[in-house]
Ligand binder design. Structure first.
Ligand SMILES: Cc1cc2nc3c(=O)[nH]c(=O)nc-3n(C[C@H](O)[C@H](O)[C@H](O)COP(=O)(O)O)c2cc1C
Length: 869
């Protein structure tokens, strides 16, 4: 580096952990390193987009312009473009130019604004072309950099008007398209002047598909509330329609937006692309004819149009060739449809018993979804490439580009002693580890200049600021008698969204006043998967009428909940009745909220879907806990209020979930939204679950050795196959005397007889009174166990006695009901079943003796059963 240059890098001291040799080489060969948005303590290398990256749009202080111009010319000398003499002479000339045009302006340096001198200078064609090539080589997001020497410059620096920009671009871009044999080209418009914003295109790419979101308008709205077109262009479409564009009729997913060019200090000019460039490539697959029916298309070349260059301290706008894609969920989201085209069939899954309740791909287990999405991704990639090749349009292959990059980077490192900067997120293709470049992982995170960068300013906002200060009016370019002509674009007097209201949207402002808060707590994936499904579905159904939020239970802030909002929670239970960690904080603050929240939640609609396993003693305790919490606010339960799904009968409990979802949506859209427990269906589900159990032989059983009743049970699995780390679930069989007693209670003589759930016999069965003592901690499980019996009126006296300070026991409550009990035992020949500790059974027996007048065992005989533990 020349001794008279002060490099900004001079102050950058490599940390002791840096591979010093490489870092020093980088500094030696790259005189100007731009900030990467990282600090000593905060590295942004792992981010897709680094915040605080340098952008163009602001004036740089004079010394920076001088320094960068000097460094750029020095690089031309180092790279053999200039001789030393040529460099010295040119540098003197440029420094003189910079001095001559220096002005006092607002300047920015490292985020600090001040008034100071700034300036600019004009590069020769060769300087600009080489600077652009270096900027491509320095672009850490691009995998095709080995071709940097092939980049062509289309020098449009003489174009001063928006109309000129639009017409020149169309003419020149057609040449670069080159009938499909694309020439990588940069179209360079004049640099930003020290007084202005610089020329801009409104479009992010010259070819862009229109799109509209239902919540902002109806031009591209679909019935289910999704977006028609490319979701990344919703705002741009709105802006261009507001400028005066009339979308084609009928609308499609593939309507190309016009190009909007805006020169510095001029009004925007809009132009439709010529037919030759508008032609789209239909994406087809040679092996799957169904692919064609998906109606997927893409334009023939992507040309980025909102990027700029910073070369030697001068800032340019460009329109460069890049790439885009159909698969991202936030774009055209076509993978689920592609999967269907290549054979995914939800109905054939549903034939299998374990999948009988699935409604869509996302209901399947994770590994099944991944299998189909990966296959769809691979085939879509193949189809795109195949379709482009068939049309003779250049399209670079992933593997080829990746190995090209690896080779280029290796060669560069071998020659220069340092690796090229690269951003693994952008360089690694979505196919991941199949593609060699994926294994390179991270790379040095540095950014030499010249560089490609984003523009700090939004062109639409620039126009809004400029509009009142200029006489220029936005125009549309049309061809008349083979020549370009302009028409003034009449901006619509009212805003776009007002213009396109339809009857459904007229209700929008009033109806959108409530929010549906969807929350989940999940340790594994079950509750989360169901919550995602709930979120997708509710969003689709209610987007017009409600805001829909989606958070973990911990992130639910009741202070932000409105009085007529809706709360839907999907809650799994873990530990022994504990909340998963993403609901645990909420659970811990429930008590405090109950005492401190003054909100009136009597209009709040709440429904909780619990995910638990009935093999655990505290079945669905988390869901029950959340539900009880909300009940204490006097909320309105909807869709059954609390639903307790059991993963013991269905690993992903879709059967119940789908019924709940229907009820939730019905209630959100003004329907009844009723969901009653269906014991018959639950029984059938349990029966199906039980069928999967095999018989095992009990070999031995030790008595419990610990306070937690832990003991050793040895069983012979009798030929049952099991994999390592699989777990066992043991269901002890009922003894024949227990079965006989249950049948007798139901009045059934023939053990083969089946009793419908609503059979009168069941309702008249003699097990009608329940007196249960328990520890408060077991309250939820006891209540949930007895609630079904209460609903079906199997119990006519239900007396639940948690341990209490007054030391009142079950037997004391027996005494309170003594007349009814005596009648049942003596006149109706009722049965008694006592189960508990020795002192409890003793106490109950004594109390019953007082009630019936003699020892109950003697009086009732077989009708009195005692089990002591
Ligand atoms: C360690 C552990 C403890 C559990 N404890 C309970 C429990 O106390 N009550 C219950 O109903 N389910 C319990 N379960 C079952 C889970 O609720 C069930 O597996 C559920 O599907 C987990 O949902 P998730 O994958 O969303 O976390 C437990 C599961 C595990 C693995």
């Amino acid at each position: 580096m020349p001794s008279n240059m002060i490099s900004p890098n001079a102050e950058s001291v490599p940390s002791s952990r840096c591979p010093l040799a490489e870092y020093e080489k980088i500094l030696e060969r790259n005189p100007i390193l731009a900030p990467t948005g990282c600090t000593d303590k905060f590295c942004q290398a792992g981010r897709l987009v680094h915040t605080d990256e340098p952008k163009i749009g602001d004036n740089s202080p004079l010394e920076i312009v001088q320094n960068e111009a000097s460094a750029f010319l020095w690089q031309l000398w180092q790279d053999g473009i200039y001789t030393e003499d040529h460099y010295t002479e040119r540098r003197a000339q440029v420094m003189a130019d910079i001095d001559r045009s220096a002005k006092d302006k607002i300047v920015w340096n490292q985020g600090v604004k001040r008034v100071g001198k700034t300036s600019t200078w004009t590069q020769t064609f060769e300087e600009l072309q080489y600077g652009l090539r270096l900027a491509w080589r320095n672009s850490r997001k691009c995998i095709m950099r080995s071709r940097y020497q092939e980049l062509e410059l289309c020098d449009l620096r003489h174009v001063q008007t928006s109309v000129g920009m639009a017409t020149a671009l169309l003419e020149e871009i057609t040449k670069s398209f080159n009938d499909g044999q694309i020439r990588p080209t940069v179209f360079v418009f004049p640099p930003k002047s020290v007084d202005g914003d610089g020329p801009m295109f409104w479009n992010k790419q010259i070819l862009n598909f229109a799109a509209v979101d239902l919540t902002t308008g109806t031009q591209y709205e679909l019935d289910d509330g999704s977006i028609l077109g490319d979701p990344s262009n919703v705002q741009l479409t709105k802006d261009i329609i507001d400028l005066g564009w009339t979308p084609p009729s009928p609308r499609t997913r593939w309507d190309l937006l016009p190009v909007v060019a805006m020169a510095e200090d001029d009004a925007p000019a809009m132009v439709e692309l010529p037919d030759k460039l508008r032609r789209l490539i239909d994406i087809e697959h040679p092996d799957y004819p169904g692919f064609g029916k998906l109606n997927l298309k893409w334009y023939q070349f992507p040309a980025l149009s909102r990027l700029g260059f910073d070369i030697g301290g001068v800032q340019y706008m460009d329109a460069e060739i890049g790439v885009r894609n159909l698969a991202d969920t936030f774009r055209y989201d076509s993978l689920p449809d592609v999967a269907k085209a290549i054979g995914f069939d939800i109905d054939s899954y549903r034939q299998k018993q374990e999948y009988s309740e699935v409604r869509a791909m996302e209901d399947l287990p994770d590994y099944e979804q991944l299998r189909w999405l990966s296959r769809a991704q691979a085939e879509l990639n193949y189809a795109v490439r195949w379709s482009f090749l068939k049309k003779g349009v250049t399209c670079v292959g992933t593997l080829a580009a990746s190995s090209d990059w690896c080779q280029y980077d290796d060669d560069h490192a071998a020659k220069n002693g340092y690796r090229l900067n690269s951003d693994p997120y952008w360089i690694s293709p979505p196919q991941g580890s199949i593609v060699p470049v994926w294994h390179r992982g991270g790379a040095p995170n540095y950014q030499p200049k010249p560089m490609i960068c984003r523009n700090r300013y939004d062109p639409v906002k620039c126009w809004q600021r400029r509009k009142s200060a200029t006489d220029a009016e936005p125009v549309r370019l049309v061809i008349r008698e083979n020549r370009w002509a302009t028409e003034i674009l009449s901006a619509f007097p009212i805003s776009w969204s007002e213009r396109h209201v339809n009857p459904a949207n007229e209700r929008l402002p009033e109806a959108m006043t409530n929010t549906v808060h969807i929350c989940y707590c999940s340790k594994g994936t079950t509750a989360r998967v169901l919550a995602d499904k709930l979120h997708r579905s509710v969003k689709k159904k209610c987007a017009k009428t409600s805001h829909v939020s989606f958070t973990s239970l911990n992130a639910l802030d009741l202070h932000q909940v409105g009085p007529s909002d809706v709360i839907l929670v999907v809650a799994a239970t873990t530990g022994s009745g504990a909340f998963p960690s993403n609901g645990d904080e909420f659970a811990r603050s429930m008590d405090q909220m109950l005492h401190t929240m003054a909100a009136d939640f009597s209009g709040l609609r709440v429904s909780i879907f619990g995910v638990g396993d009935s093999a655990y003693p505290r079945f669905n305790a988390a869901a029950i806990g959340v539900y009880n919490f909300f009940r204490q606010f006097g909320i309105l339960p909807i869709a059954g209020g609390l639903i307790k799904a059991d993963v013991a009968s269905e690993a992903l409990p879709l059967r119940l979930f789908n019924r709940w979802l229907d009820a939730v949506e019905s209630s959100l859209t003004g329907g009844v939204g009723e969901l009653r427990e269906n014991p018959e269906e639950d029984f059938m589900a349990h029966a199906v679950m039980l069928r999967q159990f095999n018989a095992a032989t009990l070999i031995s059983k030790s008595s419990p050795t610990t306070a937690e009743n832990e003991g050793l049970i040895v069983v012979a699995l009798d030929g049952i196959e099991y994999a390592e780390m699989q777990h066992l679930r043991l269901l002890p069989t009922n003894s024949s005397s227990q079965v006989a007693r249950a049948l007798a209670a139901l009045g059934i003589e023939d053990a083969q007889e089946s009793v419908p759930f609503c059979d009168e016999k069941l309702q008249q069965c003699s097990y009608q009174d329940l007196f249960a003592g328990f520890r408060p901690i077991d309250g939820d499980i006891i209540r949930s166990t007895t609630s079904l019996a209460e609903t079906h009126r199997v119990l006519d006296i239900s007396c639940l006695v948690p341990s209490n300070k007054e030391k009142k026991r079950v037997q004391d409550f027996l005494w309170l009901k003594r007349d009814e009990i005596r009648a049942k035992l003596v006149e109706e020949e009722g049965y008694v079943y006592v189960c508990g500790s020795a002192s409890m059974t003793e106490g109950v027996r004594a109390k019953l003796r007082e009630i019936v007048g003699e020892d109950p065992k003697e009086r009732l005989g077989d009708r009195y059963v005692e089990e002591v533990f």
